[in-house]
Design a protein around this ligand. Sequence first.
Ligand SMILES: [Fe+2]
Ligand SMILES: [Fe+2]
Length: 189
Amino acid sequence: MELRAKTTPEWADCVLKDFNPFLADHASCERKASAVGMSFVVRYPDRPGLLEPMISFAREELDHFHQVYRIMVKRGVPLTPDEQDPYVNALMKEVRFGRDERFLDRLLVSGVIEARGTEKLSLLSEHLTDPDLRAFYQKLAKAEYHHLHLFYHLAKRFFPEDTVEKRLDFWLDLEARIFKHCPIRPAVH
Ligand SMILES: [Fe+2]
Ligand SMILES: [Fe+2]
């Protein structure tokens, strides 16, 4: 799964200048990712083979949230109330309705969001000078990379390969268009 637009180093510079607000946004992204995992569990209890990986995914994202939260506590950064994420909202608007269509779209859009997270956290780790933070973000980027594959493989487990590839092409195009319209800010998206 290859993204069709690249994050520029200007984004990493912007984050480094405003690292504390970035941490608060990052924590909320991890918490929301965990909630997405549990929403798959709640909505699709009848899909064999989905529950075990999704519960693990939700736990792992919650653990990421916890780790970011602990970094925030160390730096005296408070958690902030939830804010709208224009990037995610714009993507979610295109999720189709029918039961199967919605399931496939939710898997693929989650995978694409994980792909963007992998790209951004990995870029950020290259720009961080603090060795602990650098190692932390490298580790997270690796975990997000596994998540993108998890969603992609789940999509291929439940749907024919050509259906998945065709729809993934749509999502990758859309993601690149939405991404290009997002302003650079000290946030994950
Ligand atoms: Fe995560
Ligand atoms: Fe993730």
